[in-house]
Design a binder for this molecule. Structure first.
Ligand SMILES: [Mn+2]
Length: 314
């Protein structure tokens, strides 16, 4: 193997093997040479390879464990799903086509900087960053028993001890969670629970000093979605994001944050939902807010810069 060669490599950290990207460049060169020496291949041939496709479990939004298609891996060494690759056989020039994902699709598992990326860290794109002192860890996980799902998200400091900033943000999220727990009951509208969590978190961020101004005005400016750009929670059942969120007559609320809710229904007895508020410091979301005068006026820029970097997510 061409391990530890110069240039980019695949590496899972610590004592694991570094595999140089040069290996795949070599594979492509060998492939082109063979094809050029093959009388059946015409001049000017272009080879197009399709990488492995990410699929979902039946009609759910749960990903099936992704593993790259073997020929594609040999040729390009790409771990991501849904790519294509083209190679000009004569020149050996290759082009990799990667799927265009919306900026907001960036996971619920990570550490350090990555923990504020929604849906980061799965088999296809493992969270391979080494935990360092001072990092926050976010685990979004759950066991399944006899096909019934659970969802237990937790945040904790990697070194076992919160910094003052981390603890303040953690407490803010905990307060939001407790407030919703107290208010939730049959008959309440789920979007109102999301709004409640937003309000508590904004009040707390104001206390911490990251935000300033009137909380009602912040809500009108959709500041909640800057720090919690996802829905408050979702139905749990045989699917982790269970069905029935938008039956006929229930419409999605097309507003920041609220539009991500997986249901906008009034709650009924026997419904099972997760309550998982969170505060995330996501660079591209914060940049948007900082560039929008209607939102940036609520942000204490200096405090955000310092605390945001230190906390990442809770
Ligand atoms: Mn969840």
């Amino acid at each position: 193997m061409m391990s530890a060669a110069a240039g980019p490599w695949f590496w899972l950290g610590n004592e694991t093997l570094k595999v140089s990207a040069a290996l795949f460049a070599l594979n492509r060169r060998r492939l082109c040479e063979r094809l050029r020496n093959n009388a059946d291949i015409p001049k000017g041939a272009i080879m197009l390879l399709q990488g492995g496709v990410q699929s979902q479990r039946y009609c759910t939004d749960t990903d099936v464990l992704f593993r790259q298609e073997s020929f594609f891996h040999w040729t390009f060494g790409v771990t991501e799903a849904d790519c294509f690759g083209a190679i000009d056989v004569d020149s050996g020039k290759s082009i990799l086509f990667v799927p265009k994902l919306p900026e907001s699709y960036a996971v619920w598992m990570g550490n350090g900087d990555n923990s504020s990326i929604l849906h980061y860290g799965h088999a296809g794109a493992p969270n391979d960053k080494t935990l360092t002192d001072g990092d926050m860890c976010l685990f979004d996980m759950g066991g399944e028993y006899y096909c019934y799902s659970s969802d237990i998200t937790c945040s904790f400091p990697a070194n076992g001890k919160f910094t003052a900033d981390q603890s303040a943000v953690y407490e803010a999220v905990l307060r939001a969670s407790r407030a919703v727990m107290k208010a939730v009951k049959p008959g309440v509208a789920w979007p109102d629970m999301h709004r409640l969590a937003d309000r508590v978190q904004l009040e707390e961020l104001k206390k911490i000093g990251i935000l300033k101004g009137d909380v009602d005005d912040m809500i009108k400016a959709h500041m909640g979605a800057v720090f919690m750009p996802h829905g408050l929670g979702h139905f749990l059942g045989i699917d982790v994001h269970d069905v029935g969120g938008y039956p006929e007559g229930v419409n999605r609320i097309e507003l920041p944050g609220l539009k991500s809710l997986r249901t906008a229904r009034d709650l009924q007895e026997r419904m099972v939902l997760t309550i998982e508020p969170g505060i995330y410091f996501i660079d591209h979301v914060l940049d948007q807010a900082l560039n929008d005068p209607a939102q940036s006026c609520f942000i204490n820029h200096e405090v955000l810069r310092v605390s945001g970097d230190l906390v990442g997510c809770v």
